[in-house]
Design a protein around this ligand. Sequence first.
Ligand SMILES: [Zn+2]
Length: 377
Amino acid sequence: MTLIDLAIALKVAPAKVEKVLKRRFGKLHTEDRLTEEQVAFAQRSLGRAAPRPATAPPPRAPAAHPEPAPAAPPRPSPAVTPRPPEPALPAAASPEPGPVEPAGLARHFERRYEGVRAELTTTREALAAAERERDALAQQVERLRTAALTPPPPDPSPPSPPRTPLSSILDRVGFDAARHGEVLAAALAHRPVARRLLPLLGVEDAEAVARILTEGVRRICVAAECREMAEADRVARVVARPAATCAYCAGSDNGRAYAAMSRACAAAKVRRVVVVGGGDDSRADLRRRALDWPAPEVVLVEGKRRPDSARARAKVQGADLVVLWGSTIVSHAETDVWKAAAEAAGTPVITVGSGQKGVASLARGITEWVGRYSRAE
Ligand SMILES: [Zn+2]
């Protein structure tokens, strides 16, 4: 039971109950729980629950602990924290014991309510601040935990074993620097030695070595034309097995002749060639081979029907050579139209492969013309 509860039960102002108890037990707060002794004392003092007897109370037996006089100074109560003074009770809280006016009590509790609400606001603000601090600490803990769990970065420069150039090994085993290549070539060409040696050889820059091998070594078939092209390109040769892996001809006569023609045109700056005629299969083969070699640009004209002169002139425009491919396919009338267009444009015209309609004969005819044309320049 609190002081307020007791005041309501006794139908007196809480201030009056407080005053009585304060005198006897020291300062109290209205919300503190009262001891039985305090309740009994208040009831006795205010004469409500225990009506004051008409006669004098019976003499009390000498008590071991006599009650202190009501005027005794109030004992300090350490449990009670200092608080702002309670709002004064209304006038009903007169020194005389008596019922309290309801309006006075209402005002009293309204003021108390305001006070408690202000305290609630303050407490909520303090709680919010504490929560913010707690969250910041949790983040800090998480950061420390992550840092503790993250393995340290690896040593940025792990020690690499000392590098030994192949040339210094060749020196050590007694071969002249001038013959290092020859010695290595012999060793690697000898299969049992190569098998033991190759797995021990490592390189520092794999990309660079791959580039040198790609550019510097080619698979070449046994055809004389392919060997000549490899020699002209100054590349190391390995025998193409099978011949279809030959870097120049892919194992076919048509391919070999086209490769030689392409190189001859590139060297002589023959960039654009108009080819009129040719059988369907041969034209398809020519189209495929033209994709593999960058030079020259080949413009194919079917040549089965007579073109008008304007179309022929437009085709010939910008060409370095016009080739009439297969005299049995391109008619005389058509030949005349193309020859006239080429003459008007100042472009040379040749006829190749009368009777032979394959790409090889066309390519060799062009190569031959390029040779003559270059010499004439
Ligand atoms: Zn070849």
